[in-house]
Design a binder for this molecule. Structure first.
Ligand code: SF4
Length: 327
């Protein structure tokens, strides 16, 4: 609990910014690519918060900032009431085991020369003093927990299918009993039928271990069933956050409305009009003035071209950055 009698969020992100210096143009001038530009949100313990948006919107960079794989240029990340943004690598060590990551491409993130039991147990080697025998035993148990056969512990990652490799990645993340898992597009490389199996596994594990998830995806249809709350990102900023039901039933931001219009509905008699966005995603190096979405927004007004809308709560728990909802 904090001083206001409210439960302390497991993760709180305040005004987070990350800029990368890049060389651009014929003369190689240095420019700043603002990948994340002032993002704030909180995730309660046991909750699944999903970040959604097109490729290049800054959602994966945000995930890496939360895990401290990247250091922020500005802003803060709080873990369980502690500001971890400026901690040294040494000071981060005891916290790092609590924040684990599951990656999009399990094959690229698993060392092909290591046996599966060693891949799963590697975080235990770094973060615990367990003996080799104890690590092997735990690795076998974890393989069973994620729906794999412990007899396969001696095999290598290339001997498994894509879905099985993602299960290995999840077992590896689970090994040190984290409280938060940042899952970056964990099912987007998998067949649709396998996607739901892995999503179900993540939900079961959340219940069993009381996990909190930051789930990152470009696809609103993937996050619908797993999320409690959703944040929609566009060009480095959050444009809308809401409870899952509120976001799917009554999306407020024109960008969220466009994203949702392309999500397939199971009942073909419920026809939806697809909103086609004009133009490409602008460059985060030279973002549009005013509302960053104004170059593609079907509801753009004059004010949108010069004045950035404020991200504010317009209904309880439902925040949006759009001049359409100005008081
Ligand atoms: Fe569209 Fe204007 Fe709202 Fe931006 S502020 S989303 S341009 S209506």
């Amino acid at each position: 609990m904090n001083g206001n009698g409210k439960e302390t969020p497991l993760i709180e992100v305040k005004g987070l910014k990350k800029a990368f210096e890049i060389k651009k143009g014929f003369l190689g001038q240095k420019k700043l690519l603002k990948a994340v530009d002032g993002v704030s949100f909180a995730i309660r313990k046991g909750e699944t918060f999903s970040l959604v948006g097109e490729s290049g919107c800054g959602k994966s960079t945000t995930g890496r900032l939360v895990t401290r794989l990247l250091k922020p240029s500005e802003g803060e990340v709080w873990y369980d009431g502690q500001n971890i943004s400026g901690l040294s690598d040494n000071a981060m060590r005891p916290i790092r085991r609590n924040i684990q990551m599951v990656f999009q491409d399990p094959y690229a993130s698993l060392n092909p020369r290591m046996k599966v039991k060693d891949l799963v147990a590697e975080p235990l080697l770094i973060h615990t003093k367990l003996t080799p025998g104890e690590r092997d035993k735990l690795a076998s148990e974890l393989l069973e927990t994620v729906g794999l056969n412990s007899l396969h512990a001696e095999r290598y990652a290339h001997e498994f299918s894509g879905g099985q490799r993602q299960r290995i990645g999840i077992a590896r993340a689970l090994s040190v009993r984290p409280s938060l898992i940042v899952a970056d597009e964990p099912v987007s490389a998998l067949d649709v039928s396998i996607q739901s199996q892995v999503l179900n596994l993540l939900q079961d594990l959340q219940e069993e271990y009381g996990l909190t998830y930051l789930f990152i995806s470009h696809d609103l249809s993937v996050v619908e069933h797993i999320s409690d709350r959703i944040g929609v990102m566009y060009l480095g900023s959050l444009v809308e956050t809401a409870d899952k039901d509120a976001l799917y039933d009554k999306p407020l931001h024109p960008y969220t409305q466009a994203l949702l219009s392309s999500v397939p509905v199971p009942d073909p008699s419920l026809k939806k009009e697809r909103i086609i966005l004009k133009g490409d995603l602008p460059s985060p190096v030279d973002p549009p003035t005013g509302c960053r979405f104004h170059t593609r927004c079907p509801s753009c007004m004059e004010i949108c071209k010069t004045q950035a809308p404020i991200f504010r709560e317009v209904e309880p728990g439902h925040e949006v950055a759009c001049h359409l909802y100005n008081e």
